[in-house]
Design a protein around this ligand. Structure first.
Ligand code: GDG
Length: 458
């Protein structure tokens, strides 16, 4: 029987408190792995000496087999934090001005991908199917092929693929395009990402469409496709429905009763548009003074990549902005922006989504954005809140029934907040139903099975 081998930088093991990760992707892939008896390979989160011999540590948790790779501090600095998060992440999100390229980082990225391949290859059986996830591991398929691996390899990109002019600001970008051509299937969230990728191939005069969905480049032939990721919709619906019993929510929510809540939930990242959202909220309150003391923005923002300078800047800027807005519009007994710089539990989060009249999901650029989908799935069907969604998120492509906004236009966002708050219940229900039809048909299990059946097809 063929096995599924999932490879990603991080693996979904429980945290130090034994809490399993809440992400839909982990839930869906774990369900498939349980059936197909494969394993999940990724970084062990252990940092070892540079001269430690490379080895894999097997581990079992919750019925899933893992194979874990240790990395040295230099590996992390160059591969993970360096090339992946300081070069690829900003450029793929349209911010080449924030990229901090160095040749050492690029070399470290390729070195760690090669090491992943050398460790994985001896474990493979002939009919294993390999699913590589995300921008950390773009060169992995090529490294595996160099070692003689002829297994089926699929790659899925969780972040946007940028337009060709932006992509080509990555020094030696050609190696990334060539690397992906060694896969059998390359998957993206949206048609736009796919067409950007194909444009990059064409510019190199490498890419050629052979037939629908099949392409040739760098002497390789491979399939490309669009697979919009989603959430475990049914699970989120019942989580939100039952959240009223959540102990934390029973303590926190009573303090917000009587307020119209707008909720934002994002890792603290410059791509998420948090500052422009707060400015828009401030402008909305400035032009609707009657709503001050009656409306609050609950911004839940766990820290992320705090050792990277661009992230420290956004952390400081957001905190200062929140202080200024609360200073200007707060009163003795109320503050307009509740800014929480840490993570909250998933059941409490689902309960807070349900209580919020507005879901504010306004990234400047986002591959998909799962928060948008979680917010809608958490609503009370008889009295749902309204999703305000950035046009530049992958989610906007299928969720046209949300109120779509340009996240750079803070005045438009402010006006849309007022419109959302006065939207009649009938229209809120219509919009909610239209989105739920999409989310129920296209949940994360469908994402997973669509990708795997395309990978297994020939
Ligand atoms: C990347 C792409 C793409 C956040 N804060 C808390 C919390 N979260 C959870 C949310 C959601 C997840 O984290 C964030 O997912 P997103 O999709 O919004 O964003 P990224 O982390 O940037 O993910 C993105 C995704 O990959 C999948 O392909 O959609 O475009 O950038 O699930 O709920 N969860 C809890 N507490 C928090 O405080 N429990």
């Amino acid at each position: 029987m063929s096995r599924l081998i999932v490879v990603s930088n991080r693996v979904p093991l429980p945290d130090e408190n034994g809490v399993p990760p809440a992400g839909g992707m982990a839930i869906a892939l774990k369900a498939v792995l349980k059936k197909e008896h494969g394993f999940w390979m990724g970084w062990s989160e252990r940092v070892v000496a540079e001269d430690a011999p490379p080895e894999l540590t097997p581990l079992q948790d919750d019925g899933i087999n893992y194979q874990l790779v240790d990395l040295s501090q230099r590996d992390l600095d160059e591969y993970y934090e360096g090339f992946a998060n300081r070069v690829l992440w900003p450029i793929f999100h349209g911010r080449p001005d924030l990229a901090e390229y160095s040749e050492a980082r690029r070399a470290g990225y390729h070195r760690v991908n090669k090491r992943f391949a050398e460790l994985l290859n001896p474990l493979l059986r002939d009919d294993d199917v390999i699913w590589v996830n995300d921008y950390h591991l773009i060169p992995l398929a090529e490294e595996l092929r160099k070692l003689g691996c002829s297994n089926r390899i699929g790659f899925f990109l969780h972040i946007p693929w940028p337009p060709a002019d932006i992509f080509s600001t990555v020094p030696k970008y050609d190696a990334l395009l060539r690397g992906l051509s060694f896969c059998n299937l390359v998957g993206f969230h949206t048609d736009y990402d796919l067409s950007n990728f194909l444009e990059c191939l064409n510019r190199e005069e490498q890419g050629k469409r052979i037939e629908e969905g099949f392409y040739a480049a760098y002497q390789n032939e491979f399939r490309c496709g669009v697979f919009p990721i989603s959430i475990d919709t049914a699970n989120f619906e019942s989580l939100a429905e039952n959240a009223a019993r959540n102990e934390r929510l029973q303590v926190t929510y009573p303090r917000m009763v009587g307020y119209d809540i707008a909720i934002g939930v994002d890792r603290l990242d410059y791509s998420k548009g948090i500052e422009k959202r707060i400015v828009a909220f401030r402008d909305f309150l400035r032009s609707h003074r009657e709503r001050v003391d009656k409306t609050l923005l609950l911004q839940i923002t766990p820290k992320s990549r705090a050792s990277i300078p661009a992230y420290r800047v956004v952390q400081k800027d957001v905190a200062e902005l929140v202080g200024r807005v609360n200073g200007e519009l707060g009163t003795v007994d109320s503050v307009p922006v509740h800014y929480i710089n840490k993570s909250v539990g998933q059941s409490e989060l689902a309960g807070l989504y349900r209580k919020a009249r507005i879901g504010l999901v306004t990234p400047l650029r986002d591959g998909m954005n799962l928060v948008a989908k979680e917010y809608v799935a958490s609503q009370d069907p008889l009295d749902p809140g309204v999703l305000i969604l950035s046009r530049f998120s992958g989610a906007a492509r299928k969720l046209g029934a949300a109120m779509l906004v340009n996240p750079y236009d803070t005045e438009e966002m402010a006006r849309t907040m007022e419109k959302a708050l006065v939207l009649p219940r009938g229209e809120r229900i219509d919009r909610w139903r239209a989105i739920m039809t999409v989310l129920r048909e296209h949940d994360v299990h469908k994402w997973c099975s669509d990708f795997l059946s395309s990978l297994n097809r020939h």
